[in-house]
Each structure stands twice: as C-alpha cells, then as structure tokens.
Design a protein around this ligand. Structure first.
Ligand SMILES: C[C@@](O)(CCOP(=O)(O)O)CC(=O)O
Length: 397
C-alpha cells in the first residue's frame, strides 16, 4: 500500500509508540482489504464505550492508551455510554465509577464528549468528505443524507483511525464501492410520516436487498422518519449504506452509475397491515432511539400541551442529548417532568442498566432498532407503538 512520508514516520515510531501501533493496525487492515492507500478523515465517531458492553478489558485498554501521549488527530465524538451523566437513575456506584473512567480516558485523548448516537444533528457535514464512524444509524445517516463517506467501522478500529487521522481506502470510501445495486420503489400513497412504519420499511429493505446497496424511491415526511428508516435498515444491513432519491446529495449521479440494477417493488400498505400494535401490558414508554433531537422533543411537548398538561399514567423515558436540554426553557422542562416524562441524557437503553434500575421490564417503543437489541442485550421485552401515538398508551389509558 502506498504511504506518504508522514504516514511512514507515524508507522516507524517518530510520533510515539501508541501512534506507531495504531498505524500498524490501520495499515495491516488496509493490506487485508487490498486498499491502495490511506485517506485523511475529517471526523471520527467512536462507539462501543459502555462499561456494560466492554467491561474491565475495554476500560483498561482505553486507560492504557490514554496514559501514553497519544491524542486524537481529528475531531472525535463518542456514542452513548452506560450512564446519564446528570442523573444516576439508581444505577450502582461501581458501574457509574467505572463508566466515568472510560469517559475520562476518552476525554484525555481529546474526544468531544457529546455521548450521542446522533452526532450528525450537531455537525455540518459536507458531501464527499471522509469520516471514520462506528454506530450504524449514524453511518447510514451521513451516507444517505449528506453523501459523506464512511464505512461501517468497528468501535476499536475507529479509536485507532482517530489517533492517526486516517482510514484505508476501500469499499464505501471509493465511488465504485458506492454504486447502488437495487432500485427499491415504495408504492402506496402519501409521504411516510410514521416512525414505526419507516423503521419496519428499513428492516424490510435490508431483508430484500441482502448485501446489495439500495437506491430507494419513496417519500418521507421529515427528518424523524428518515432517522427511524436508516437506524432500522442499518441494524439489519451488513453495510449501512443506501441512496435516497431526492434526499441524498448527488443522487442523480448514483442513479446514472447503476448498471442493470435489480428492481424491487414494495407496497407500504403491506407494511402498515403487518405493523399491528399489540395491546399487551408494559411498564413504560421508551422514545429516543436514535437520540431524539429538539424537533422530536418539541412534538412531545406539544402533545402534552394538547392533553391539557395531564400526567401520564405510565412513565415515559426519552433519551436525548445535552444540546436538547440546553435548548429547552425551564417551563418546558418542568412541564415534561410534571407529566411523568423523563429526559435521559448521554445513554441508550441497550447499553445501560437504567431501565432495569427504575423497575422497567417491558417497554412500548416505536424504534425497530430497539426491538432488535432490547431482548438480546439487556433482557427487556417490548411492544411496538406508533410514533407520537405511543404517548396515547400512557395518556388515554
Ligand atoms: C449502542 C450499540 O450497542 C448499538 C449497536 O451498534 P450498531 O447499531 O451495530 O452500530 C453501539 C455501541 O455499543 O455503542
């Protein structure tokens, strides 16, 4: 593989041992993938940082790395951790302390501690720029909505890429690796406005297309549904890449590049028919996978106001970011809290003990990604519900 003088110097230890070891791994992986060279990245997004999932070995690895002089070479953000940094939600102290050690190790290497799975909502990402991201919903989002280029990279590899500011040029980092293979047309009426239906559609597309790359022709009613579509699609797809007609910058170029694509026709009414919301018991409503942004939280606030500010009969937990909390007024925060709606920061139910520690065993959720992970990763059951109508389950009971 071609390496520049600077890359050779990193590899040979001129910038310290930790950088040399990181470079050795990045180059080795590049060789295996038959990359012709490395490319410079603008940002990195690290995932796999919860003490629940990486435990003591992950904690020790990151602390060792942080003790070296190695620092991130590019702007680096971090996925949700296992705790809310402002509220302990009854999680045990040892877990919290160890999670803080992971956070502090990442901080000392220069990471920006946004601790969100939606860094794309707070970054201005330019088309055709290179990034090293883990966290599949975020990867699918910047590829599809910004035509910004990232492969689906494993969390630990992103740490190393962030240290050297480079990734091997392969797959989705090349134009030829991004050519869609299937045209998926969604028929059956109006723009898709329902987050649950968008999520089920994402899963269906991944099942139909397998390891192909879809060019999706469908109309969506806004960013919240596109987030659900892509999060679910990326959970079930091996590469987390799609082009969306009329949404992805340069979509016409992608359309023109396709060579005899396979055609898949889906009817949204079939997906709606199969979406049957169960009437089973549940302990709480969970919203915020991917993390809710300010627009989604404002629609919850508007819903509560429309109900005359009553108190929900079951608690509602919404995972979101410190940016959202900082954008809300004290009145809005009080309204949510008084309505039994709780904003939970910097974490995600599938990497945190918080739901169990507040006594929740079954949630109602709109997120098809959560439906995949909740039972597997933390033994929480779910029932599905429809977007903002999820709240009806708690307010209209
Ligand atoms: C929350 C998480 O476990 C979800 C699964 O990740 P992904 O959708 O496969 O990127 C990722 C993480 O551990 O940070």
């Amino acid at each position: 593989m071609y390496l520049s003088k600077y890359e050779e110097a990193m590899l040979h230890g001129d910038y310290g041992d930790a950088i040399a070891r990181a470079m050795q791994v990045v180059v080795k992986v590049g060789d295996v993938l038959k990359a012709d060279r490395l490319i410079e990245i603008e940002t990195a997004h690290i995932a796999g940082v919860s003490y629940l999932t990486i435990g003591d070995p992950g904690l020790e690895y990151l602390e060792d790395l942080a003790k070296s002089s190695a620092r991130f070479h590019v702007f680096t953000t971090v996925n949700p951790v296992g705790i809310d940094v402002l509220n302990d939600w009854g999680i045990d102290k040892e877990f919290i302390d160890k999670q803080w050690r992971i956070i502090n190790a990442l901080k000392s290497m220069g990471a920006s501690l946004w601790l969100t799975c939606t860094p794309y909502e707070y970054l201005r990402i330019r088309p055709r720029t290179y990034h090293a991201w883990a966290e599949s919903n975020a990867i699918a989002y910047i590829n599809a909505v910004h035509d910004a280029w990232t492969e689906k990279l494993p969390g630990p590899f992103v740490v190393l890429s962030a240290l050297v500011g480079r990734v091997p040029r392969y797959g989705l980092y090349t134009l030829s690796g991004r050519v869609p293979t299937h045209v998926v047309r969604v028929k059956g009426g109006q723009a898709i406005n329902n987050p649950l239906i968008a999520g089920l559609l994402g899963r269906k597309i991944a099942e139909e297309v397998g390891d192909g790359k879809p060019y999706l022709v469908a109309k969506f009613g806004g960013n919240a549904v596109i987030k659900q579509l892509l999060a679910s699609y990326a959970t079930y797809s091996p590469h987390a890449f799609m082009v969306i007609d009329g949404v992805t910058p340069n979509h016409k170029e992608y359309l023109a590049m396709m060579d005899k694509p396979e055609e898949i026709n889906l009817d949204i009414n079939d997906i709606i028919k199969d979406s049957g919301v169960e009437k089973q018991n549940f302990d709480a409503i969970f919203l915020g996978c991917p993390h809710y942004g300010i627009d989604e939280v404002m629609s919850v606030i508007n819903y509560v106001r429309s109900k005359g500010s009553r108190r929900a009969k079951k608690p509602v937990y919404i995972t979101t970011t410190p940016f959202v909390i900082n954008s809300l007024s004290q009145d809005e925060l009080n309204l949510l809290e008084n309505s039994n709606i709780h904003l939970v920061l910097t974490t995600c139910p599938v990497v945190s003990p918080f739901l169990k520690s507040v006594g929740v065993n079954t949630v109602a959720t709109e997120s098809v990604k959560q439906m995949y992970y909740l039972p597997k990763m933390i033994g929480i059951n779910y029932i599905s519900c429809n977007g903002i109508k999820c709240l009806d389950l708690a307010f209209d009971e």
